[in-house]
Structures are given as structure tokens and as C-alpha cells.
Design a protein around this ligand. Structure first.
Ligand SMILES: [Zn+2]
Length: 252
């Protein structure tokens, strides 16, 4: 078994070495090795019990009608202490690929909102669902860091309010909200421009993953995921191993 794995990583290493424009498409599985739970996994958030289903709480209409309940859930389940959650070997390996000139005109397309790719040093990152690190007043547009959201737990209303009185909203895409067009546009260009597509830590079932990946016109598709994915049929290489081990293994 170990021998097979080594062969797969060796194959990936060869393709990475010959590629010039690698694009990485990633999901929750990239961050689980940093200690962030995958919401959609069997023991994840969507299988726990709350007053409302997570899909309801994380919707635009719920944010507007019950902001205190939204932020209680958001602070408890969606954000984390940046000091304790750190980028893992996968994040660091991807940042290194970019630094070594392997992502010219491409980058990382992620469904994650944790900001760990940026934290690891990656610069070209397309965060399809936004980032917990960006927060804006819904009235005047003033920017606030994550710490302001966390502090609001102690505020009388339980809701983070701007100095102008407006509610501060995390720049994350809620249910019922559209993706940011500029981010999607950038992701499409990065994927269409790439010669090697590496998909990791995602089942490829969450919209718009499959649609975006269809823009790829390069040579090879590699999938690194614990379980089968909706894109397996298109893959030239599938590696069912921990993503940190596989990507970190590129530099061993
Ligand atoms: Zn304001």
C-alpha cells in the first residue's frame, strides 16, 4: 500500500515539475487537517442539532431578521481563534508552488472562508465564499477585522455594530446570496489558463465547483480526496490520501 502511495506522489511530482501554470481547486478537506471541521462530513455541523438548521441560520433572510441568533451561531461555529488554527502542510506547499513560479496567471480557488491560504503566504487566492477576516458595515461600508466580530459576544445586543450604528456583516456568502462576480471571473480565468488542475479536499458536489472546473482546458487533472468525488471520471490521477501528506510530499 505504502509503495502505491509513493508511486502516486512521484507521478504527481513529475507533473508538477513539468507544469508551469498550476491551478488548485480546494474545499473543506484542505482545512480539516488544521482542525477546522468539515460542515458536510458525517459528524459535521449539518448533522448537529440547533434551534434552526445551519442552512437556515446561514441565510441572508435569517441574518436580516434574527441577527443576534445569527451571530451567536456564527461566532460559535464559523470562526475560530486565528492563534490556535494554523495553515497545514497543504497550505504551505501550495504557497511554495506559487513562490517558485508554478502558478503564473493562475492561483488557488477555494470554497473555504478561513483565510488559511493567505495566512500561509499564497497571494493569488480566489475565495468563492468570502472570508471571515473581512467584515463591513452594512450602512457605511467601514471595514472591521475578525476581532470586532468576536468581541461582539460581550456587546449588549450580541450583534457587532459600527460606530455609525449599522450592523457589521462578515464578507462571507450566505445562502440566498450571489457569489462575488469579480471573484468568480478571476477563478474562471485562472482555471482556463492553467495547464495542470489539482483538486483537493472537496467532493465537488457543492455548487459551483463542477461548473468552474469545466473551464479547464489544460493537460491533466489530479484529484486528492479521501472519498470518491463527482469529478473522478475526469481525473488522470486520483490520490486517496491526506492532502497535507500528499502536497507536503512534493517537497520531501
Ligand atoms: Zn458604519
Amino acid at each position: 500500500m505504502e509503495k502505491t502511495v509513493s508511486t502516486e506522489i512521484l507521478q504527481l511530482r513529475q507533473w508538477v515539475n513539468s507544469a508551469r501554470r498550476i491551478v488548485f481547486f480546494g474545499g473543506a478537506g484542505v482545512s480539516t487537517e488544521s482542525g477546522i471541521p468539515d460542515f458536510r462530513s458525517v459528524d459535521g455541523l449539518y448533522n448537529q442539532t440547533y434551534d434552526y438548521p445551519p442552512e437556515t441560520i446561514l441565510s441572508h433572510s435569517f441574518f436580516c431578521s434574527k441577527p443576534a441568533a445569527f451571530f451567536r451561531f456564527y461566532r460559535d461555529k464559523m470562526v475560530f481563534d486565528p492563534k490556535s488554527i494554523r495553515p497545514n502542510a497543504a497550505h504551505l506547499a501550495l504557497a511554495r508552488l506559487e513562490a517558485e513560479g508554478k502558478m503564473e496567471g493562475t492561483g488557488i480557488v477555494t470554497q473555504n472562508i478561513d483565510g488559511l491560504h493567505t495566512e500561509a503566504g499564497s497571494r493569488s487566492v480566489f475565495e468563492l465564499h468570502g472570508s471571515i477576516h473581512r467584515n463591513y458595515c452594512t450602512r457605511c461600508g467601514r471595514f472591521y477585522p475578525l476581532s470586532r466580530i468576536m468581541e461582539s459576544e460581550g456587546d449588549p445586543s450580541g450583534v457587532p455594530l459600527c460606530s455609525c450604528g449599522g450592523i457589521i456583516k462578515p464578507d462571507v456568502v450566505l445562502y440566498q446570496e450571489a457569489l462575488n462576480e469579480d471573484v468568480v471571473d478571476g477563478a474562471v480565468k485562472a482555471i482556463a489558463h492553467a495547464d495542470l488542475l489539482i483538486i483537493g479536499g472537496t467532493s465537488m458536489t457543492v455548487w459551483p465547483a463542477a461548473g468552474l472546473v469545466s473551464y479547464f482546458k489544460g493537460d491533466r487533472i489530479v484529484i486528492i480526496n479521501r472519498d470518491a468525488t463527482a469529478a473522478d471520471g475526469d481525473a488522470d490521477l486520483i490520490i486517496r490520501q491526506p492532502i497535507g501528506k500528499v502536497l507536503g510530499g512534493l517537497f520531501d
